[in-house]
Design a protein around this ligand. Structure first.
Ligand code: T1G
Length: 700
C-alpha cells in the first residue's frame, strides 16, 4: 500500500506532498507519512520544510470515518507538536478548505502561504466537537480571543484575505501554489527567517466580561448544545494557562465531547447529508442533462423564492404569471427579498442587482420554449397543475425537465397528463425557498434516471440539501408531520395550552413549537387542505376542531395578526390570548373531552414518537431510501435539532424497545387508530436490532 505522503528535496526545500483524495483527510496513513517526513527532514540536507497537498484541498480535517474506532498512533496533537518543534522552519501551503485538524496543522507550522481562493476554519462544533489538536490554544495566540471565539463557536470558515488580516496567513498568491510556496520558503531561508512557534506566543488577555457575554449568548445561538461552553473554557484557558496546560484541558474536553451523544448525532448527520445525495440504483456515472435556463410557473411566495435560489447560483430564470398584475406582484416579492438581504448585509448591492437581473418575467408560456427545466409552483390544486403540465408538454423542448413543487399531490397523476412522464419529477422546496436548504426530490414511477441524477446535482449547485422521496401523500416530511401535528392538537384539547406545548418542544430542541409553526404557516392552509378530504381522511376531529374554529373567527395565524396567539403588528411579538383558551375549552366540551394536566415528557413523546412511527412505515414502504434521509429531511426542513440526529437516529439512541413500549402505552390510552406500532418497529424490537443495522442489511 503506497503512502499518501511523499517527500522530496526541491531547491534545498524538503517538500512534503500529500495526496489522499477526496479531501486529504488526516487519516492514520497520512499522519504516519507526515511524521516520517518531518523526522527525515530534521537530519537531511534540506534547509526548510514545506507541507503541500494535491487535489481539491489542503487537509480538510481529521478523518471523521476513524471516529468511534480505536485511535491509532501517531496521534494528531503529538504530531503537530512535533511539526512545531521542528528545528527547520516549516511552511504550510493552503488551498481549498483548510479545516479542523488541517488548519491546526497550519497553525502548528511556522509560516503559512495561501491561494487567494482558500478558506480556513475550525468547524468541529458542527460535529459536536472542539478543535482537539491545539487549535483552541494556538489560534488565540495568533488571532486573539474574540476572533478565535467567533471562529470556533460558529465553525464558519473565513477567507484567506480575512485570515491574513488576523495574522493567520503570511502570504497570499493567486495561482500555482506549489511553485509559489517553494519560492516563498526559499525566500524565508535566504532572509534568515527563524522558526516561529505559535505556542511560544501569549494570547492577549481580555476582560472576563467578554467570556460572560459569550456564555450568556450561548443560550440563544447554541441552544441545547453542550460543546459550546467547553469551547469557551478552552479559549479562556489560552489566555490564562501555559500552553501545555491549555493543551491538557483541551484534550480532556475534546474527549468529553467525543463521548457526548450530541457529537454522535452530529457526526451521523454529517454522513447522512452526504449519503442522501446518492440515489440508490442510479450510478454516479449516469449522464446528466445540461441545465442553463430555468423556467418557473407562478410568482407567489414559493415561485419567487425558487427563482431567487436559481438566480443566486447564476442561472437565467423566466418567471411566468397569468397576467401583468400578478407578474408585477411576483417580481416585487423578489425585489423586496433582495432589498432585505442587502439591508441585513447578506448580499452587496451589486451582487443583489446581478441576481435580480437574471430573473425576467413573462405572461407567455412561449417564453419557456427554450428552457432546460421548468418548475411549477402554483397553489395546491391538482387539476390546475395537470392543466399546466399539459400546456408545458406542448411548449417545452424535447429533453426539458418538467418539475412540480407540490408539497403532497400525486406526481404520477400529474406526469400522466404529459406524453413524456419520464421527464416529470417532483421538486418540493420549503418556505422561504431562497433560504430553506431542504429539497425533497420526488421520484415518480416513470421518472428517468438521468432526470433524477440531473436534479440531484442541480440541487447541490443551488446550495440545497436534496433527499429522494417516492410518491405518497405528503412525501416524507409532510406525511410524518401529520401525526406530529395531530398529537399537538390532541394535547391541546386534552388539557395543554399553546404556550406549554410550544415550550415543551422548544426546550427539547425544536426550532419552533408546533402551535407557533401552525400560526406561521397559516391556519387557513390546513383548513383548505381539509376541505378537499373526506371525513375519514381528515382523521380524528379532535385534532382539527380548534384550528377550524379559530379560522371561522378569522384567526388565520400570523398573517391575520391572530391565530393561537395574538401578534403585535409592528414587532410580530406573540402573546397568549384568553379568547383562544375559551375556544379550546368550548370545543373540548363539545367533543366531550375532559381536560387535565399533561406533562412535558408526555407531549414530547407523543409528538416525536408519532414522527418515528410514521417514519418507520415510510422506510418499510421504500418511500425513503434510508433512515438517514429521514433525519436529513427533519433537520433541514422541520427544525428538528441536529444534535439529536433526526427522528430515526433519536429512536435508536433512546432504544426501540422503549419507543415501542411507549407507543403501546399510548395505544392503550388513546386507541389503535392513532397508535398502532409500525410493523417494522415491532420487527426490529423482536430481532433486538436497530434501524441503522437493519438499513445496513436491507438497503446496503
Ligand atoms: N473525514 C473523512 N471524510 C471526509 C471528510 C473528513 N474530514 N470531509 C469530507 N469527507 C468525505 C465526505 O464524506 C465525502 O465522501 C467526500 O469527502 C466529499 O465531501 C482534531 C477532530 C471539505 C468542505 O468538519 O466540510 O478535524 O460521500 O461531499 O461539498 O480538531 O466535506 O463522497 O464518500 O462534503 O466539496 C473537521 C468536513 C473534522 C470538514 C468539502 N473537518 N468536511 O465539501 O464535498 S474534525 C470538517 C467538509 C477535526 C480536529 C478535529 C466538506 C468539505 P463521499 P463533500 P464538498
Amino acid at each position: 500500500m503506497t503512502s499518501p505522503v511523499s517527500y522530496k528535496i526541491v531547491d534545498e526545500i524538503g517538500v512534503i506532498t500529500v495526496d489522499n483524495p477526496p479531501v486529504n483527510a488526516l487519516s492514520q496513513a497520512v499522519r504516519q507519512g507526515l511524521q516520517d517526513a518531518i523526522r527525515t527532514a530534521q537530519s537531511d540536507a534540506s534547509k526548510a520544510v514545506l507541507i503541500h497537498c494535491v487535489g481539491r484541498t489542503f487537509f480538510a480535517g481529521a478523518d471523521i470515518t476513524e471516529f468511534g474506532k480505536p485511535a491509532v498512533e501517531p496521534f494528531l496533537p503529538e504530531l503537530l507538536n512535533e511539526i512545531e518543534d521542528s528545528t527547520k522552519l516549516v511552511v504550510a501551503a493552503l488551498h481549498g478548505t483548510a479545516l479542523g485538524g488541517g488548519f491546526e496543522t497550519a497553525l502548528a507550522s511556522h509560516y503559512r502561504i495561501a491561494l487567494d481562493s482558500a478558506k480556513v476554519g475550525l468547524p468541529e462544533v458542527k460535529l459536536g466537537l472542539l478543535p482537539g489538536a491545539g487549535g483552541t490554544q494556538r489560534l488565540p495566540r495568533l488571532a486573539g480571543i474574540p476572533a478565535s471565539l467567533e471562529m470556533i463557536l460558529t465553525g464558519t470558515p473565513i477567507t484567506a484575505g480575512r485570515a491574513s488580516e488576523l495574522g493567520l496567513v503570511d502570504r497570499i498568491v493567486s495561482s500555482d501554489l506549489r511553485k509559489a510556496a517553494i519560492e516563498y520558503t526559499r525566500e524565508l531561508v535566504d532572509s534568515g527567517a527563524l522558526v516561529r512557534r505559535t505556542s511560544e506566543l501569549t494570547a492577549a488577555t481580555v476582560d472576563d466580561s467578554v467570556f460572560d457575554e459569550i456564555r450568556s449568548g450561548l443560550a440563544k445561538r447554541a441552544r441545547g448544545q453542550t460543546v459550546s461552553s467547553r469551547i469557551v473554557d478552552c479559549v479562556k484557558a489560552a489566555s490564562e494557562l501555559a500552553f501545555t496546560d491549555g493543551l491538557k484541558l483541551e484534550r480532556e474536553l475534546f474527549v468529553e465531547s467525543m463521548r457526548d451523544p450530541q457529537s454522535t448525532a452530529l457526526q451521523h448527520m454529517f454522513f447522512a447529508e452526504r449519503e442522501a445525495a446518492k440515489v440508490l440504483g442510479v450510478s454516479r456515472e449516469t449522464a446528466h442533462r445540461d441545465i442553463q435556463k430555468v423556467g418557473i410557473i407562478g410568482g407567489g411566495t414559493m415561485g419567487g423564492g425558487i427563482a431567487m435560489s436559481f438566480a443566486n447560483a447564476g442561472y437565467a430564470v423566466t418567471l411566468i404569471e397569468i397576467n401583468d398584475d400578478a407578474l408585477d406582484r411576483g417580481l416585487a416579492i423578489v425585489e423586496k427579498n433582495y432589498a432585505g438581504s442587502v439591508k441585513r448585509g447578506k448580499l452587496s448591492e451589486a451582487a443583489a442587482n446581478k441576481c435580480r437581473d437574471l430573473i425576467i418575467g413573462s405572461t407567455e408560456y412561449a417564453a419557456l420554449a427554450d428552457v432546460d427545466i421548468v418548475i411549477e409552483a402554483v397553489f395546491e390544486d391538482v387539476e390546475l397543475k395537470k392543466d399546466i403540465f399539459a400546456r408545458l408538454d406542448k411548449v417545452c423542448k424535447p429533453g426539458a425537465i418538467l418539475a412540480t413543487n407540490t408539497s403532497y399531490q400525486d406526481v404520477n397523476a400529474i406526469a400522466a397528463v404529459t406524453a413524456r412522464p419520464e421527464d416529470v419529477i417532483g421538486m418540493h422546496f420549503f418556505s422561504p425557498a431562497h433560504i430553506m436548504k431542504l429539497l425533497e426530490v420526488v421520484r415518480a414511477d416513470k421518472t428517468a434516471d438521468d432526470v433524477l441524477g440531473t436534479v440531484m446535482s442541480l440541487a447541490k449547485r443551488i446550495r440545497k440539501v436534496a433527499v429522494v422521496s417516492g410518491v405518497c401523500y405528503g412525501f416524507i416530511g409532510n406525511r410524518m408531520l401529520a401525526g406530529y401535528f395531530r398529537e399537538a392538537q390532541l394535547c391541546l384539547i386534552e388539557g395543554g395550552l399553546p404556550e406549554s406545548i410550544d415550550a415543551a418542544m422548544y426546550d427539547w430542541g425544536m426550532a419552533m413549537g408546533p402551535i407557533s409553526v401552525a400560526d406561521l404557516a397559516g391556519l387557513d392552509v390546513g383548513y383548505k387542505a381539509r376541505q378537499g378530504l373526506s371525513e375519514e381522511e381528515r382523521g380524528d376531529p379532535r385534532s382539527y376542531r380548534i384550528p377550524d374554529a379559530l379560522v371561522a373567527e378569522g384567526r388565520l395565524g400570523q398573517k391575520s395578526g391572530a391565530g393561537f396567539y395574538t401578534y403585535d403588528p409592528m414587532t410580530r411579538k406573540k402573546t397568549s390570548d384568553p379568547a383562544v383558551l375559551e375556544v379550546i375549552e368550548r370545543e373540548a366540551r363539545d367533543l366531550g373531552v375532559e381536560r387535565g394536566a399533561i406533562e412535558a415528557d408526555e407531549i414530547i413523546d407523543r409528538l416525536i414518537y408519532a414522527l418515528v412511527n410514521e417514519g418507520l412505515r415510510i422506510l418499510d414502504e421504500g418511500i425513503a431510501q434510508r433512515p438517514g434521509d429521514i433525519d436529513v429531511v427533519y433537520v433541514y426542513g422541520y427544525g428538528f435539532p441536529a444534535w439529536r440526529g433526526g427522528p430515526m437516529h433519536y429512536a435508536d439512541a433512546v432504544g426501540l424497545d422503549t419507543v415501542l413500549a411507549r407507543i403501546n402505552e399510548f395505544r392503550g390510552r388513546f386507541g389503535a387508530d392513532n397508535w398502532t406500532p409500525a410493523p417494522l418497529l415491532e420487527k426490529l424490537v423482536a430481532e433486538n436490532t436497530t434501524i441503522v443495522d437493519w438499513a445496513k442489511r436491507s438497503v446496503g
